[in-house]
Write a protein that binds this ligand. Structure first.
Ligand code: DX5
Ligand code: ZN
Length: 216
């Protein structure tokens, strides 16, 4: 069964505790936290303070997606705040292997993210060092954008390599996932899907999550 990571970017920020409790009760697997710096992406969202505020209110793994320049400068503060998984964009890392090792040395699970146009060849030599590979199926920066289906060719190619090498990392998809697009994600080899507006924009958030997860 595919794991679902609701993105709190689409939640009501004035009621984050209850917004997280709703998805946890509905069967969410991870909580996805979108950190944007206004430089790497054209939007500013939240930082380690928000991770710290959320931490006491859920047992679920906190999946922190860093859409920021100089991620090395901030990883330690996110780990201290309670991040379980930290993913960094390959496009922001001059020394990707070093960054991943650093995250692991802090006791956190490292992952790498690819923008829609970034080829999987850029990560082929770190596949044994990651807990998760995250594929963007929108251009990062905003929730509520349309799913880019051509990314699924990359997902399927990586899923094949993962199987051939007998590796265990998760394959996560982020952007435009809903109860329809999730089917193609799973068919291509996704093991985790992020969903923001499809869950938090729904009148019945629990039903929306269950429909994506297939537990309705
Ligand atoms: C986009 C973020 C996504 C976003 C997904 O830059 O990384 O996690 O919140 O939102 P939806 O599911 O609405 O596309
Ligand atoms: Zn994200």
């Amino acid at each position: 069964m595919v794991k679902v990571a609701p993105s709190i970017l689409a939640a009501d920020f004035a009621n984050l505790q209850s917004e997280i409790e709703i998805v946890e009760r509905a069967g969410a697997d991870w909580i996805h936290i979108d950190v944007m710096d206004g430089h790497f992406v054209p939007n500013i969202t939240m930082g380690a303070l928000v991770v710290d505020a959320i931490r006491p209110h859920t047992k679920l793994p906190l999946d922190v997606h860093l859409m920021i320049e100089n991620p090395d400068q901030y990883t330690e503060s996110f780990v201290k705040a309670g991040a379980d998984i930290i993913t960094v964009h390959v496009e922001t890392c001059k020394h990707l292997h070093r960054t991943l090792q650093h995250i692991r040395s802090l006791g956190c699970k490292p992952g790498v993210v690819l923008n829609p146009h970034t080829p999987i060849e850029t990560i082929q030599h770190v596949l044994e060092d990651v807990h998760v590979v995250l594929f963007m199926t929108v251009n990062p920066g905003f929730g509520g954008q349309a799913f880019i289906p051509s990314v699924l060719q990359k997902v399927a190619a990586l899923a094949k390599i993962k199987e051939e090498k007998g590796l265990q990392f998760d394959i996560e998809i982020d952007g435009g996932v809903n109860s329809e697009t999730v089917k193609d994600c799973v068919a291509a080899g996704a093991t985790v899907v992020v969903a923001g507006s499809a869950i938090y924009g729904a009148t019945d958030k629990e039903a929306a999550l269950k429909k994506i997860k297939g537990t309705n």
